[in-house]
Design a protein around this ligand. Sequence first.
Ligand SMILES: *Cc1c(COP(=O)(O)O)cnc(C)c1O
Length: 438
Amino acid sequence: MSADADPSLAALLAFDRDHLWHPYSSALTPTTPYLVESARGVRLTLRAPDGQRREVIDAMSSWWCAVHGYAVPELDEAARGQLERMSHVMFGGLTHEPAIQLGRQLLELAPEGLQHVFFADSGSVSVEVAMKMALQMHIARGRPRQRFFTIRGGYHGDTFSPMSVTDPDGGMHHLFRGLLPEHVFAPRPPAGIDADLSAWKAATASLYAVHAAEIAAVIVEPVLQGAGGMHIYHPEAVTFLGELARAHGALVIHDEIATGLWRTGRPWASQWCQPSAAPDILCVGKALTGGYLSLAATLCSAEVAQGVSAGEAGGLMHGPTFMANPLACAIASASLTLLRSRDTAAQVSRLEGGLRLGLQSAAYLPSVADVRVLGGVGVIELTEPVRVHEVTAAALEAGVWVRPFRNLVYTMPPYVSEPDEVAQICSALVGAVRSAHP
Ligand SMILES: *Cc1c(COP(=O)(O)O)cnc(C)c1O
């Protein structure tokens, strides 16, 4: 069926093009998106601009969220059950079982020492809250500190505080000069889970020493920087940053919005550290509801919670309208139950094996700079910017939805992907790179 024969599709896409913002998009040169009709298992049903209906594997898990795939019976059931009771009530002065149950599950799973949960409505907001906790903690101690220490190449969200600790180039800090607080950026740790860190440690420690008295917290994505470049680095760098912070009275914030909930093979990426490097404050989001609804959380230690609350403000000064939305909490709770009842670590480890096997041949292509895999994350890094349109179209031809950025063609498949589906993702990605970047 062509779009001519289906005026409704053409009209939908025309309205979209003329009026809807898509992420990081231009209203002057809008690109035509693919319309998704439905999704089931690991597959999306797309209507292409020409009207063709096509089932494709979602190699992106909808920006890393849909870890169980789509139309998951257990999550649908949780949503239906909660809808019958209530979709939403305010969290000021009220509480409900879905939030209590989810809070319990999160603290059971969380790295040691975390005792308090603040529910936020998106990842960026959970980072805002984490940074606010750190600032309020130092204010309450009577020694305000106003800067954060991080590493280059990170991504922490698009609202202003998270953007201020996102990589200065990737976060386009020059656009907002004067409006963004200027935090302290150490070099990015060298690539590779077993890289030699000695030069990086020396540079980072001396930079830290210059600013030590003003640093409220170190904030970092442990072991894998996601949207900042799919950069895998040594867990010891995470430990080192934590030690620097603690040695100078600063807090440690782990942004595990991308890496948490087994994406790197363990419940939290910080668990690759030896000994395991628990943070004072932890952000979790993305996969939290299995991709059903927007929900995130900021967890913190009893010391942080008590410190913040002892201050003049008398509490943590944050409270989103949709805080702890019951529907989202009920689904998240069912999702965590699923993750814990299945052997998720083994599932992700099989995924990792499939990605390694399937992507290795890309390393021999002339336009490929690097191929790397960690847990359920497979990355092909090119020597040049990705021709996004060509790569996406070629992958769709091979039955796979992929959304590359910068010089990276990558996949984060749903954990439930079968071996043949992982193989199809890999061959589609490698084939798309081969044809679009000969
Ligand atoms: C996606 C992401 C965020 C922002 O989450 P949103 O839900 O998009 O606001 C923050 N930090 C990391 C590491 C992320 O991957």
